[in-house]
Every structure is written in structure tokens, then in C-alpha cells.
Design a protein around this ligand. Structure first.
Ligand SMILES: [Zn+2]
Length: 121
């Protein structure tokens, strides 16, 4: 019979062979480590999203309609990898949103920033 090994402590498991851990202690420490890893990923992405949102929001302090160079957002620390959702206009354009703010990529590296709040008014 093949001996199974605990995936936490690597020691042989006694008894039933469908077990993955030798005891509750090993199961708990394994799951805790997995959860904190997943919490870290979530927290890091949330931080990036909030920062992205703040960067767009700042542009609206002075203007209602904002056309900005992609580079200007990058220089402020904007991360184009992360967003919350996309919306498609009737004209077939894809707006990329970070919570209530979004943008549309225009020609020549320009970006049009939009606020959902303003749209609804
Ligand atoms: Zn173990």
C-alpha cells in the first residue's frame, strides 16, 4: 500500500488514505497560509484600483471634459492593467471604468476621461 504524505509537514499520514493532512493543526496552518496569500493579492489589487480612481478623480477637480495624454496618467502612477468593468457605447466604443470613473482611448495616445456621476446628471 502506498503511504500518503501530509501536504503541510510532509510526514506520512496514518490511517485513511483519502486524508491530505496528518491532523487539524496541519490543516489549519496550511489553510491560514493559503488565505493570507489570497488576501494579499486582493489587497494589492484593491490598492491599485483605488489609486487609479484617485488619479482620474483628481483630473476632474478643474475640468468637466478631460482629454489627456496616456503618458501623463502613467507619470502620475496610473496602472492600465487594472480596472473594474467596461461599458460599450451605441457607437461601439469601449469605455474602461475604475468604479465611477472611466476612459476612452483616442487616437495619438490621447485618452478621454469620463465620470459616471456627470453622465447621470
Ligand atoms: Zn502534517
Amino acid at each position: 500500500m502506498k503511504r500518503k504524505i501530509c501536504i503541510e509537514c510532509q510526514l506520512p499520514i496514518q490511517g485513511r488514505t483519502d486524508k491530505r493532512f496528518c491532523d487539524d493543526f496541519c490543516r489549519n496552518s496550511y489553510n491560514n497560509r493559503l488565505n493570507s496569500y489570497q488576501n494579499n493579492i486582493t489587497r494589492n489589487i484593491n490598492t491599485i484600483l483605488r489609486k487609479n480612481r484617485r488619479i482620474i478623480e483628481r483630473q476632474f477637480d478643474t475640468n468637466k471634459i478631460i482629454k489627456i495624454k496616456r503618458n501623463e496618467l502613467l507619470m502620475e502612477g496610473y496602472n492600465f492593467t487594472y480596472h473594474t468593468h467596461t461599458m460599450h457605447s451605441k457607437e461601439g466604443q469601449s469605455y474602461i471604468f475604475v468604479y465611477n470613473y472611466g476612459y476612452l482611448e483616442l487616437e495619438n495616445d490621447y485618452i478621454l476621461l469620463v465620470s459616471q456621476d456627470a453622465k447621470e446628471k
